[in-house]
Design a protein around this ligand. Sequence first.
Ligand code: ADP
Ligand code: MG
Length: 305
Amino acid sequence: MIQIKNITKKFPSVTALDNISLKIKEKDFFGLLGPNGAGKSTLMNLLVGYLIPEEGEILIDNLKISGESLSIKNKIGLVPQSLALYDDLSALENLEIFGSLFDIAGKQLKESIDEKLNSVELYERRKDKVKTFSGGMKRRLNLIAGLLHDPLVLLCDEPTVGVDPQSRNAIFDFLMKLNEEGKTIVYTTHYMEEAERLCNRIAIIDMGKIIAEGTVQELIHHLPYEQTILINKNQTTLHHTEKFKSYGILIDEQDHFELKPAEGFTLSSFFKMIETEGITNQSIGIKRPSLEALFLHLTGRRLRD
Ligand SMILES: Nc1ncnc2c1ncn2[C@@H]1O[C@H](COP(=O)(O)OP(=O)(O)O)[C@@H](O)[C@H]1O
Ligand SMILES: [Mg+2]
């Protein structure tokens, strides 16, 4: 559906994207996860043709993006990171303006607007000025503005920033439903929980480079350990620290220990030892590996630094 081939985009003071290649398949819910300044918005703007790369090419549905070609413009919809709404106009008037940008009008536009307003629960408020809307309502309106022309691919650039939890969940539900109905979605975020929850494939981007790509499972496989074992400190466990160390690296975290399992570790043999040594199961927890841990492993920094 989308092929990004060796794209480099430079600004006067920074190389925002450095030789990036990615493939996004039809019906993917593709996550682009990276900290602020990683180059996510730059890539979104290249995908809709607002920016032109110095090197490389992008194909959408096998058509090369070049400038303002209308056939491509109709295949793709962008929900920009910064709200693109007129505060003094109503929701309806805003959507009519967006519709006119995409060559849809009349009955077709009206039907599309009504359907989209309903789907994000804004229909009742359609005649109210946008300036009376909460942050979450504005975000939802911004979201459907990118969808009026029913594009094949929807690009969402950090659509939940500054949004209350209720609107955030409404946005998630809406996007997941769209994806289930067959829409390809590209979703940028610096929240790894969002990428984990929504996306079937994820690329991690940092300083203009893709540093890892795959399903959540595949990505976590890059980590030298699959999971972390949490061990409560109590009389029995404190007595067995040497035993724990034979299973990997034991880190003292003040109120508990964290065990990073060594090569060849299996949970079954570990729990057999726990049982034999008379340690209660309640003292042991398992922390699933996260994309945050992967980012830290690959870059030495945290995602939100
Ligand atoms: N229009 C621009 N002019 C100059 N520099 C820019 C412009 N847009 C983005 N940048 C720079 O490019 C880098 C990537 O920015 P951006 O794509 O917005 O990152 P992200 O969306 O991941 O936070 C940053 O260093 C940013 O300052
Ligand atoms: Mg951005």
